[in-house]
Design a protein around this ligand. Sequence first.
Ligand code: 6CS
Ligand code: FE
Length: 307
Amino acid sequence: MQEKDDYVSRTETSRPRHPRRDPVVHLDPAERWNGPLGEVALSAFERDGFLWFEGFFSPDRVAPFFDELAQMSRDEKLLNSDGVIRDPNSGAIRSVFDMHRLSPRFDELTRDARVLGMVQQLLGGDVYIHQSRINDKYGFQGAGFDWHSDFETWHAEDGMPRMRAISASIMLTDNNEFNGPLMLIPGSHHEFVPCQGVTPDQNWKSSLKMQDVGVPSQQDLQALVNRGGITAPKGPAGSLLLFECNTLHASNSNMSPWPRSNLFFVYNSVHNRLVEPFAAPRPRPAFLADRDNPEPLELHDPYAEMR
Ligand code: 6CS
Ligand code: FE
């Protein structure tokens, strides 16, 4: 555990929320335009804590990823590994972690020039993958996720020091209002919301199925929703959501017959490498949080071989 902590959470008694103590866009202001995002997008990200790109990839480009996922779900050995989280009731796959290590196709996608370019611009330089996963919700049975800030968990349980990480979520299926799309509270990333309740040892064994500690109070959620509302970006397979690590989000269960599979790559700045957990007895396993000093990612140029 750490001594000085700007983001105290997981305490026995409740604590008031407070403004974040990190910038949202990390690039040096003088170099703000040094990347694919223009001022309109940069200030929207700063204001809302996310950016939505409907149809960012063509459905053809993402179809092979969905097919590979279907193949994986028939792989018995994989299904029984630690990185595959099953729904406690139905036994259906809920999440598969470490996608970029399981498959070269997914690994290459982490270095996609357009996505990585935006992430490097927002985080101010080199990044690596902190965590990757698929969240799967089968038709009629995919359960939801309660409200949380990913940063709150990564700080408390993984020792991520600052708010300097971004999730890129690529939709592998259509996301619509019926199949449990991600919901976000715009502007919630400006405040840190401490969560009451001490982290149990090996909390991740249950939290990835159903989150208990690490969920803000209803009072805090109410206040932030009163100010920013709730939004659920929807669109076809291939759409992309970039969201800041402290933006509060949740999702409902999938009541439709249509599957919902979203791929997440969490990019962390190389200046924000993990230290000891701030509020947990010991660090979580590597498939949830890479603490092995991975090399910074280099842009993948799909045209390189053609030249
Ligand atoms: O515990 C985690 O790291 C994570 N859990 C949730 C519910 N969202 C983000 C992250 O994968
Ligand atoms: Fe999350």
